[in-house]
Design a protein around this ligand. Structure first.
Ligand SMILES: Cc1cc2nc3c(=O)[nH]c(=O)nc-3n(C[C@H](O)[C@H](O)[C@H](O)COP(=O)(O)OP(=O)(O)OC[C@H]3O[C@@H](n4cnc5c(N)ncnc54)[C@H](O)[C@@H]3O)c2cc1C
Length: 477
């Protein structure tokens, strides 16, 4: 069930792999195809990767030497973090695969400056853990946090479940260290919140999917560690009510809503059916649910009252049908488990076609109505499972195959059905890719939806920073 990929690259010059291997030493090179599999396999099975060599440098200098050598011989490189990306952006097609996983140190943590300096290969959950040890929060949080890496998060401008309160990783980054496409190292590791000294170059590399250079380290913003979290699982009359509930919660909590995740009933059914440890927190089934979380850095902050006030106001207005509030951390985790199990449950329901769209919040109900209608007309029996970061306007409008349908035939309709959904999101002033990026999967959509002037500016930047086109070729642009 592979989707189309660009033509493979030419073979490496003779003896070139040995020169690269000498830079990283035996611990940093993989040539056995079986050992390469975790790096070459794309997690959704949409693409099959192939590479002559996987390199795992352990220092920025090693990355610089590799890139310099590749630039000299005009050899292309695909940088890779945890390989959890969902658009085929770190799939190799004959290029060198440069995995950053060994470049994983925390270089510094400055609690007073509320910053940490982290190498690109640091696993996200590890960065969160180290910050928490110093009573600080690194707020980026997403389902793949146990395996994705800071460099991958930066290169996809990752979002996740706390964007509503803290922003995506672009907003959490103060400085970067980058190996440029000619092998030079740019040290922009400044921990400053104010620095108006010309173009803010770090933003070029954030969200660039490795197409402009290789990020080797970053200075990230930290926040006070929350010592209180109040979480509710709320059943709603409709999606409009979800938006009203969010507005009430923001008002009542002095804007301390940390997460606002939407789930439809079909998603809860998937979670309950495929994960034995989940249970429905409410007595009756409902069509729409919101997982709402407020947090505060000090105990007795009034957040518990804010949540109760919100829910009682919402009941009075007829917005919500039922609600469960977590009274302990284990209850809270159980509510979040439903959200995670929904994603895994969908995989057990056969083939699913994924969309990662965003629209202005006020347009979400309209988007869902129009998208449901369009996909049902195009593919009778299709099961839309629209869930996600409602507080950011970001809906993962996934489509599970009709019951009993041929999975491969359904998968063949990926482009057609994602185009239908993307067109509706774009028509409502939205985007066809909210947080997963472009990679291989959405290149056509990028060229279709972006104005020629935007594509032209992007191509000029690419030409300026990577004139040989050796950085992750064929992705993004
Ligand atoms: C279960 C699950 C849940 C997810 N939830 C979310 C979510 O809520 N929000 C979200 O935004 N994403 C989500 N994702 C997508 C994915 O986890 C993110 O895109 C993540 O940021 C990718 O990090 P990675 O280290 O795995 O990068 P990879 O997949 O290895 O690479 C992604 C891109 O970054 C480039 N890259 C990697 N490292 C570097 C580097 N050091 N320098 C330059 N380029 C580099 C690669 O070439 C590629 O283009 C989810 C994925 C899964 C599997």
């Amino acid at each position: 069930m592979s989707l189309p990929a660009p033509d493979p690259r030419p073979p490496l010059p003779t003896g070139f792999a040995d020169k690269l291997a000498a830079i990283v030493g035996p611990k940093g090179v993989i040539t056995d195809p079986a050992d390469m599999l975790p790096y070459t396999e794309e997690r959704r099975g949409n693409y099959q990767g192939a590479t002559p060599v996987v390199l795992r440098p352990a220092a920025t200098e090693e990355v610089a030497q590799i890139v310099s050598l590749c630039a000299h011989e005009n050899v292309a490189i695909v940088p890779q973090g945890g390989n959890t990306g969902l658009t085929g952006a770190s799939v190799t097609n004959g290029e060198i695969l440069l995995n950053l996983g060994r470049l994983n140190k925390i270089r510094a943590l400055d609690p007073q400056n509320f910053t940490m300096t982290v190498e690109a290969g640091c696993i996200l959950a590890e960065a969160q853990r180290i910050a928490a040890e110093q009573d600080r929060l690194f707020p980026l949080s997403l389902g793949a946090e146990g395996s994705c890496q800071i460099g991958g998060n930066l290169s996809t401008n990752a979002g996740g479940t706390a964007v509503l309160r803290y922003g995506n990783i672009r907003e959490l980054t103060l400085g970067l260290e980058v190996v440029l496409a000619d092998g030079r190292i740019w040290n922009g590791l400044r921990g400053l919140r104010k620095d108006n000294t010309g173009y803010d170059l770090k933003h070029l590399f954030i969200g660039a999917e490795g197409s402009l250079g290789i990020i080797t380290a970053a200075v990230l913003k930290l926040f006070p560690l929350p010592h209180e979290r109040h979480t509710a699982f709320v059943a709603l009359a409709n999606v409009e009510a979800a938006l009203e509930l969010l507005a009430l919660a923001r008002q009542a909590s002095a804007d301390a809503v940390t997460a606002c995740e939407y789930m439809p009933r079909i998603g809860i059914d998937f979670a309950l059916r495929h994960n034995d440890t989940t249970r429905d927190p409410l007595a009756q089934p409902h069509d729409h649910y919101l997982l709402l979380e407020l947090s505060a850095s000090r105990p007795d902050s009034g957040m518990a009252e804010a949540l109760e006030t919100t829910l009682s106001q919402a009941f009075d207005k007829g917005l919500i049908a039922d609600a469960a509030i977590a009274n302990s951390d284990s209850q809270r985790q159980h509510l979040w488990l439903l959200r995670e199990a929904l994603v895994h449950g969908q995989a057990s329901e056969g083939v699913s076609i994924k969309n990662d769209v965003a629209v202005p919040l006020s347009k979400i109900p309209q988007f869902l109505r129009r998208a449901d209608q369009a996909v049902s007309l195009a593919c009778p029996g299709v099961r839309p499972v629209a869930f996600g970061h409602l507080g950011d306007g970001n809906i993962h409008y996934n489509l599970s195959q009709p019951l009993g349908a041929d999975g491969a035939a359904f998968h063949d309709r990926w482009r057609e059905l994602t185009s239908l959904v993307s067109e509706i999101a774009m028509d409502l002033g939205g985007t066809f890719s909210a947080e997963h990026g472009i990679g291989l999967l959405k290149r056509e959509a990028l060229h279709h939806f972006k104005a020629p002037v935007e594509i032209d500016m992007m191509q000029r930047l690419k030409q300026a920073l990577d004139p040989q086109g050796i950085m992750n070729p064929g992705k993004l642009l």
